[in-house]
Design a binder for this molecule. Structure first.
Ligand code: ATP
Length: 254
């Protein structure tokens, strides 16, 4: 039977000389959960993800991914995960379809490029080159590329950074649908609204350690019950509301 826990991280640590970039970090991720890692620049989020993804060596601690120890069987783990690459790392002489077929060959997998492009709503761009895509489309394509090996666990590092409000919301819909089709997702973000909208649970990292780990609403309730009050009453609308009201909620990328 499939375990309810897909990822177990225990006392994971990484040092760069005197800097404890990641220090005794522990958390787990449940199957089909969207789990967010939040934290200021330099908190250790990317280092944590890259150790889990087998891209960086682990100093101490352990990572078990779908029952497999990442330190002992990194090759097996690579087959279970999808990692979103930055679109700049794609070859520019191949179309989206050709790129997905190439990635499929690298994984020795038969892929259906159109089905993958449909998943991220890019079917009509099947014959385009990455350079011809908008920022939001590039981000969606990089998610399609990360889905080539039908991973159990998908890692998204700041998936919506640099996108306009419509494109960001559109990508949220894509991420939610991928989860609803059975994937587990771990993402990092600097957008708190995004974490609240997408994540079942968030871990907040600071200076290499996890200082909170709970569902977003629970963290908010705890803060409020501890007597937290905003300095001023929340405005009824903000500039993002004005922007979306004027330009519409629908995606315009053509
Ligand atoms: P950001 O939000 O800016 O992406 P982050 O939370 O992902 O930040 P990391 O990139 O994991 O943070 O970096 C954690 C700390 O480790 C930082 O202080 C960074 O300078 C340091 N660091 C990261 N990689 C190296 C390296 N290869 N050599 C030395 N120090 C490093």
């Amino acid at each position: 039977m499939l375990s309810d826990i897909v990822l177990e991280v225990g006392n994971l640590s990484k040092r760069y000389n005197d800097l404890h970039a990641v220090h005794k970090v522990s958390f787990d991720v449940k199957r089909q959960e969207i789990f967010g890692i939040l934290g200021p620049n330099g908190a250790g989020k990317t280092t944590t993800l890259e150790m889990i993804e087998t891209l960086r060596s682990i100093d101490s601690g352990r990572v078990i991914l779908d029952g497999i120890d990442v330190s002992k069987e990194p090759q097996k783990v690579k087959r279970l995960i999808g990692v979103q690459l930055q679109s700049s790392s794609f070859f520019d002489k191949l179309t989206l379809t050709e790129l997905l077929l190439l990635f499929g060959e690298l994984y020795s997998r038969q892929v259906d490029p159109i089905k993958l492009l449909q998943e991220v709503e890019l079917k009509e761009k099947a014959s385009s080159y990455v350079a011809e895509l908008s920022g939001g489309q590039k981000q969606r394509f990089s998610i399609a590329a990360a889905l080539v090996n039908d991973p159990v666990l998908l890692f998204l590092d700041e998936p919506t950074t640099g996108l306009d409000p419509q494109a960001r919301r559109h990508l949220w819909g894509v991420i939610k649908r991928i989860r609803s089709e059975g994937k587990t997702i771990v993402l990092t973000t600097h957008y708190m609204e995004e974490a609240e909208e997408l994540c079942d649970r968030v871990a907040i990292m600071d200076r290499g350690t996890i200082i909170a780990n709970a569902p977003p609403q629970q963290l908010i309730n705890t803060l409020v019950s501890n007597g937290f009050k905003k300095d001023r009453v929340e405005r009824l609308a903000n500039l993002e509301d004005v922007f979306l009201n004027l330009t519409g909620h629908s995606l315009r990328e053509e």
